[in-house]
Design a protein around this ligand. Sequence first.
Ligand code: BGC
Length: 314
Amino acid sequence: MYFIGVDIGGMSVKAGLVDEKGNILLKDTAVTRARASAEEIVADIAALVKKVVEAGGIHLSELGGIGVGSPGSVDDAAGVIRYSCNINFERTPIVALLGDALGVKNVKVSNDANCAALGETMFGAGRGAKNSVTVTLGTGVGTGIVVDGRLLTGNRSAGAEGGHVIIKAGGEKCGCGKRGCFEAYASATALMSRTARAVERHPESLLAQVAKERGIDGKTAFIAAKQGDKTAKRVVNDYIRYVGIGLVGFANVFYPEVFIIGGGISKEGDALILPLKEFVKKNAYGAEFNPPIDVVAATLGNDAGIIGAAALAM
Ligand code: BGC
């Protein structure tokens, strides 16, 4: 039996054909028209799903179901995306819209980070852990919290929004309109604006040269830092420290066995993961007396969202 997993991101929508074991057989992406109407975005998603199903040589009626992961507050039970700060969804009944457009009955939706956590728990780095916190570092910052083997999502699945925990009163402006959110410091977007500011302040740096050659994205500062550039190292160290501060906060509340770091920035691997592990070890309350907390990169990488979304429909 095959399933479709859809991962809606701020920049692109990914859809994959997934089997029951969590293997992606094929996948495709489309640009997210984040400011288009919700109906237009859903129509784009339906077209992408059709394309993937056709490329897989099967018919929509043969699908076991479709699962969708979306940023924002999602009413899982009602199949409605209530609100998303990075995409134009407001009380969008995505399950009904997508189900009607494609003639598929089994359509499910949940928050994208919850999907990533589900994917990692079932098929990736979270297997065997009863308590884990998945943190996705992308356009936004999402968290999927597993406590005693169950996803913790709060009243009508409106919670687990770790990206909007305030880590600095009156701090940087967040995409949600508030100030000082974890996301405003730990997202790829935040890293990019810090990189841009550092380039402006230090036009003589290697960072500025790398930025000129390849543009600024979430990798730029890591690339220049690896080559020993001081300015880039400062940007990267500050960034990692902020991510660490967020993790320590989550550690003190949930005390997971493992933090699973996903999203685009997790591709940095050890350059990100090792210092984070050290930071959590040093700063989590009572860490020298309590069980160790591991920090690992998502094994499913950026596919965790697709696989976890598909798992919603399994
Ligand atoms: C949203 C979350 C989402 C995260 C990652 C945040 O801005 O509030 O719901 O999980 O971005 O996409």
